[in-house]
Design a protein around this ligand. Structure first.
Ligand code: BJW
Length: 233
C-alpha cells in the first residue's frame, strides 16, 4: 500500500462479483433473450416495453439474492474496516454494481453510483423503498400509492448517483484502485484519469486489461478473488 498512502478510492465493477456467480455485462454471451444491456437498461426501453424491462430486472434481483460475497468482497471489507479505523486514513468503495455483496461482506464505506437492486424508485413521489420482491405487476408505492415504481438503477442517459461526493473523494485520494470493470461505461470509466490528474497513484486489478488500461500506473491481471486478496494482504 505504501506508507505515504492515506486516502484510498476503490472503483469496482461486475468482475468483482463474477466469481460469486453474477454474470458480467460484456462477456461473450452477455445477452439476455437476444437483448444487449444497452437495449434494456434505458428509460426509452422502459417506456417502450415496461414488461420486458421489469421482467429482466425481477430475474436479476431474484438471482442476486441467492449469491454470496467472495474472497475479493471479503478482502475489501477487511481493508475498509482496518484502514478506515486508523486516524487520518479513509477508504471509499465506489461500486458500479447493483448487488449488495460489498455490504454483505462487511464493508461500510460503499457508494452505489449505478443504484441498487434492493430499492425500488417511485417516479411519482421520489421515495426509494427497500424492495426484494417482483415489480412486474406494478405494485403501488408504499408512500404515495401510485403504480410508478421502477428499479432504482441508473440507466444509460441518466445521471449516476452522488458524483459530487465521488469527485470530492478523488480530490483527497492518493491511491485509486479499479477492480473488475471493462472501462466501457462513462463517467465511471473516466474516474482513473481524474484521479491521476489530481495526483493519485492508480492501480488496475482485472482479469484482462480494461479499455482505459493505459491510464493506470500499474496493472495486475488475474481473477479478483486472487489479485484483490493478494493486494490487500
Ligand atoms: C473479472 C472477472 C474476475 C470478469 N475477476 N475481473 C462519453 C462520456 C460520458 C458519457 C458517455 C460517453 N459516451 C457515451 C456516454 C453515455 C453512457 C456510456 O458510457 N455509454 C457507453 C456504452 C459508451 N453513459 C451513461 O449514460 C451514464 N450516464 C451519463 O453519462 O450521464 C451523463 C453524465 C456525464 C458526465 C458526468 C456525469 C454524468 C449512465 C451509465 C449507466 C450504466 N448502467 C449499467 C446498467 C445498470 C445495471 C443493470 O442493468 O443491472 O450499469 S450498464 C452496465 O455497465 C452496468 C455496469 O455498472 C456498467 C459497467 O460495466 P462493468 O461493471 O465494467 O462490467 P463489464 O461486463 O463491462 O466488465 C467486467 C470486467 O470484469 C471485464 O473487464 C472483465 O475482464 C472483468 N472480469 N471476470 C476480475 N473473475
Amino acid at each position: 500500500m505504501g506508507t505515504e498512502t492515506s486516502n484510498i478510492v476503490i472503483l469496482t465493477g461486475a468482475g468483482v462479483s463474477a466469481e460469486s456467480g453474477i454474470d458480467t455485462f460484456r462477456a461473450a454471451g452477455g445477452l439476455w433473450e437476444q437483448h444487449r444491456v444497452e437495449d434494456v437498461a434505458t428509460p426509452e426501453a422502459f417506456e417502450r416495453d415496461p414488461e420486458l424491462v421489469l421482467r429482466f430486472y425481477d430475474m436479476r434481483r431474484e438471482a442476486i439474492q441467492t449469491k454470496q460475497p467472495n474472497a475479493a468482497h471479503l478482502a475489501l471489507a477487511r481493508l475498509d474496516r482496518e484502514w478506515s479505523a486508523q486516524p487520518g486514513r479513509s477508504v471509499l468503495i465506489v461500486t458500479q454494481n447493483v448487488d449488495d455483496l460489498h455490504e454483505r461482506a462487511g464493508a461500510e464505506n460503499v457508494l452505489h453510483m449505478h443504484g441498487t437492486h434492493l430499492n425500488a424508485w417511485c417516479t411519482a413521489c421520489d421515495a426509494r423503498p427497500g424492495w426484494t420482491g417482483p415489480l412486474i405487476h406494478r405494485p403501488p408505492c408504499p408512500e404515495c400509492d401510485s403504480p410508478a415504481l421502477r428499479p432504482d438503477i441508473v440507466w444509460f442517459g441518466e445521471m449516476p448517483y452522488r458524483m459530487d461526493e465521488i469527485y470530492a473523494a478523488l480530490g483527497r485520494a492518493d491511491l485509486f484502485v479499479s477492480i473488475g470493470t471493462s472501462g466501457a461505461v462513462y463517467p465511471a470509466a473516466g474516474l482513473v484519469r481524474q484521479a491521476r490528474d489530481l495526483g493519485a497513484r492508480t492501480l488496475e486489478l482485472n482479469l484482462e486489461r480494461s479499455q482505459g488500461s493505459r491510464w493506470f500506473h500499474e496493472t495486475r491481471l488475474g481473477p479478483a478473488t486472487k489479485v484483490v486478496s493478494e493486494w490487500v494482504d
